[in-house]
Design a binder for this molecule. Structure first.
Ligand code: MRU
Length: 344
């Protein structure tokens, strides 16, 4: 039997061991991150990625910062700033780092106690992630008809959360219940999270999978072969506008055009009630080099400019429902989101 995917291992006092996602699926290499700089580098380079996992690694990063400094207020505030500045779009990261900092500061001045509190917090978050994913998976699976084929984008599986995943967790539970016949996965240019990571996870789970170029997604939806589109989220504004991997908006718009349901699956930690709409969501722009080549191979002329946003915003009006660990939210989203239980 295939071992479950384990993207991070928390090793209190030593650091966090990650599965380097930039090398998958060709190489499965685990790397120990034992300093704040290596944690920040791993986040920036997408060795670890996916909104919920970024929150967990951010929390672990704060514990590592406490282990490797005097853990005074200034040390911890500095580490929080460094972690928060790595990737701007996923709410989970900033929230988890700020929350960890607040917990450490309120534990009093003892460095020993602060370290203990921060590692316990990271372990709590890991357990919470796993429980949330299971609940999202159960609620989401009920939305799918028996024999469904679904389309997903980017990677939202175990690699992105450390649980069973959000959108991919729904696919996984629906498959176990006999509801899913096939999962279509976009390749997700430019960093190929779909082609490299989602297909790898689907294969390990034994779920029939079909990979498609991003450019074929509109034709696939128009063909009637998919019963639903389901993706994750990086930040959900108070009105339901949702930032997710670039290309999500296109899928949602085409799904709406063809009356195919478009679902978002995300834990409450991905909602940002302080962000009124998608217009206020900070979007990360990445290097042109990612578009002009991959893994050391270049196919575009040196110096070519590239438009390379990592995320786009899907307007709430294109979203059929948002699946959370507390249940399924339907439009109008603003009151449904305002009614969510307070974040833990
Ligand atoms: O740039 P990435 O790979 O971190 O982007 C990930 C996504 O967009 C995911 O869909 C999102 O974080 C949800 S993961 C459960």
């Amino acid at each position: 039997m295939t071992a479950p995917v384990d993207p991070v291992r928390l090793l209190p006092g030593r650091g966090v061991e990650i599965l380097d996602q930039t090398l998958l699926p060709l190489v499965e290499r685990r790397v120990l991150l034992s300093g704040i700089d290596s944690v920040c580098e791993a986040i920036r380079e997408l060795r670890v990625r996916g909104a919920p996992l970024l929150g967990l690694v951010g929390a672990a990063g704060m514990a590592i910062a406490a282990d490797t400094t005097t853990a005074n207020d200034a040390d911890l505030a500095h580490a929080a700033r460094l972690l928060d500045a790595t990737r701007p779009t996923a709410t989970d990261l900033g929230r988890a780092v700020r929350d960890a900092l607040a917990q450490a500061l309120s534990a009093g001045p003892s460095a020993l106690l602060r370290r203990e509190v921060l590692w316990r917090n990271a372990e709590r978050l890991l357990a919470l992630r796993r429980a949330e994913d299971e609940a999202i998976g159960q609620f989401g699976a009920e939305l799918l008809p028996r024999g469904a084929s679904v389309l997903t984008h980017c990677n939202t599986g175990a690699l992105a959360t450390a649980g069973i995943g959000t959108a991919l967790g729904v696919v996984s539970i629906a498959h176990r219940q006999g509801r899913i016949e096939r999962c279509y996965a976009t390749e997700t240019r430019p960093l190929l999270q779909g082609a490299r990571l989602t297909t790898w996870e689907l294969t390990r789970l034994g779920i029939p999978a079909t990979l498609l170029p991003d450019t074929a997604a509109a034709a696939l939806i128009a063909s009637g072969l998919v019963d639903a589109v389901i993706t994750g989220a990086d930040r959900i504004a108070a009105n339901g506008d949702t930032a997710n991997k670039v290309g999500t908006y296109g899928l949602a718009a085409v799904a709406a055009r063809h009356a195919v349901p478009f679902y978002i699956a995300a834990p409450t930690s991905t909602f940002d009630p302080g962000c009124p709409s998608g217009a206020e969501i900070p979007i990360e722009f990445r290097s042109p080099a990612e578009v002009g080549g991959f893994a050391g191979t270049r196919w575009s002329p040196d110096g070519i400019e590239a438009y390379n946003p990592a995320f786009d915003v899907t307007p709430a009006s294109c979203i059929t429902a948002i699946v959370t660990e507390h249940g399924v939210l339907r439009p109008p989203f603003a009151p449904a989101i305002a009614g969510l239980p307070a974040l833990r």
